[in-house]
Ligand binder design. Structure first.
Ligand code: DLL
Length: 432
């Protein structure tokens, strides 16, 4: 199903023409209204008139998270404050919050992008959408909320917390779709089971899960456990919030809302733009945003893009499930390791749950890595031999995938911290 079929299925030539027109306008707007961009363009000896089509985009300078911090809170806004009707902020782990703003039109486009996301997953106005992303400065709750209303679905603004009450609402209201992080839906499934209920006691059919990396293995396990189809949704506050990219029925890579956000993949070292199917850092340009139109924003997210046709008929380019962030990558004894790789390994092992915590430390000059893994309910924790052999199995699997030796610690069910929003999988004591 489409929300805006004409746009989502237009020809590549038509789309390029639209992108060119939008980019040319956007570059002019930022040059005239945002001091930082005027300076960046002048330094790069680029005048707005030099940008004539979307092909010229690679001539433009990049924008960094630091630019938002340096201009905290509203310094990169391209419109006067009386036109800004909403702000959100993302906390991040270091430094000041990043503040983002929206005009009336920006909120309308954001809602459309989220409505496309829901429609692509088969949701219509007859569905009831339960929203468990946080409401507030985080973009998840209100982003999904406005999209659900735009589509005409019945919107249930639950926000995070009180999981038992969430389950009661899911049951009593007959909610058919849910929006939350992948880690929170696993916690919901676990709580449902601990209440003596099964997936047959709720009416959920679809989940729109995102805001953190998750693997296809995790998707399969969520789908089986809750009897739903689970769609990945991607976005970031700086560009808009959820709704930058979404999965269609194929569940294979995410379509970027390419009429509004132009994606590029670059090599983070050489800054060169990379061809299709090559992994690198995602960069976005917001061609239609009014309040905060960022140019070539370096997301730090690692992905690849493909222009291959999709059987769903959408023209929009697809990005692979983000594998993590360049700043999440752990370098352990010189080997690059992403938490998502460890998660993939663990999910192949039926005796363990998807909860894990990676602790990295340094003893002398040597990095150490310990992975605490929760075993599944019902396993006998007192059988020493079984435990030792499970530990060995995990250790070997991690070693053969990542090429590094890790200490494995098995912990009883329900002992690692649960998260209602984005989960934290890594403690790196080396940085302390
Ligand atoms: O997390 C927006 C969002 C809300 C997306 C709800 C999807 C659903 P921020 O808090 O600014 O915004 O965090 C953005 O989260 O740069 C990625 O590193 C990560 N991220 C978001 N979605 C995904 C995903 C929201 N589907 C940062 N897969 C991004 C992997 C994701 N990482």
């Amino acid at each position: 199903m489409y929300y805006s079929k004409r746009i989502e299925t237009m020809s590549r030539d038509e789309l390029s023409a639209l992108q060119s027109e939008r980019l040319v306008n956007c570059v002019k707007r930022v040059y005239e209204n945002v001091d930082t961009y005027k300076r960046k363009f002048d330094e790069a000896s680029i005048q707005p008139g030099d940008i004539k089509s979307i092909e010229d985009i690679s001539r433009l300078p990049f924008t960094y998270k630091q630019d938002l911090r340096d201009n905290y809170p509203f310094g990169l806004f391209a419109v006067p404050m009386e036109q800004v009707i909403r702000v959100h902020a993302s906390s991040g782990t270091t430094g000041k919050q990043t503040v983002v703003g929206y005009t009336n039109n920006d909120i309308d486009i954001w809602s459309q992008c989220m409505a496309r996301t829901f429609a692509a997953g088969g949701v219509s106005s007859s569905d009831i959408i339960h929203i468990s992303y946080g409401y507030g400065l985080f973009t998840g709750g209100l982003g999904a909320h406005y999209g659900s209303e735009k589509l005409g679905a019945t919107t249930v603004p639950v926000s995070v917390g009180n999981t038992k009450r969430q389950i009661q609402i899911l049951r009593d209201f007959g909610c058919t779709s849910i929006c939350c992080t992948p880690s929170y839906i696993i916690y919901i499934a676990e709580t449902l089971e601990s209440m003596g209920l099964t997936k047959d006691d709720i009416s959920l059919r679809r989940g729109f899960l995102g805001a953190e990396p998750w693997t296809d293995n995790m998707r399969r396990s969520i789908e089986d456990r809750l009897g739903i189809k689970a769609f990945d949704i991607y976005g970031l506050s700086e560009i808009m919030g959820p709704g930058v990219a979404f999965e269609c029925d194929e569940q294979h890579w995410l379509h970027v809302n390419e009429d509004h956000f132009y994606p590029e993949i670059i090599d983070p070292e050489t800054l060169e733009v990379l061809p299709d199917n090559t992994e690198g850092e995602l960069v976005f340009t917001c061609m239609t945003k009014e309040a905060l139109p960022l140019i070539r924003y370096r997301t730090r997210d690692i992905s690849k893009i493909s222009h291959e046709n999709c059987s769903c008929g959408r023209i929009f380019v697809r990005m692979s499930k983000p594998a993590g962030r360049t700043d999440d990558m752990l370098i352990i004894r010189g080997v690059n390791v992403f938490p998502s790789q460890i998660e993939s390994v663990l999910l192949e092992i039926p005796q363990v749950s998807p909860y894990y915590l990676i602790v990295v430390d340094r003893v002398g000059v040597l990095d150490t890595i310990e992975i605490s893994v929760e075993i599944k309910e019902g396993l006998f924790f007192d059988e020493v031999r079984a435990i030792e052999s499970l530990k060995k199995q995990i250790k070997n699997a991690v070693e053969s995938t990542l090429g590094i030796a890790a200490q494995i610690k098995l912990v009883p069910p329900r002992t690692l911290e649960r998260s209602e929003g984005k989960s934290k999988h890594v403690i790196d004591n080396r940085a302390l």
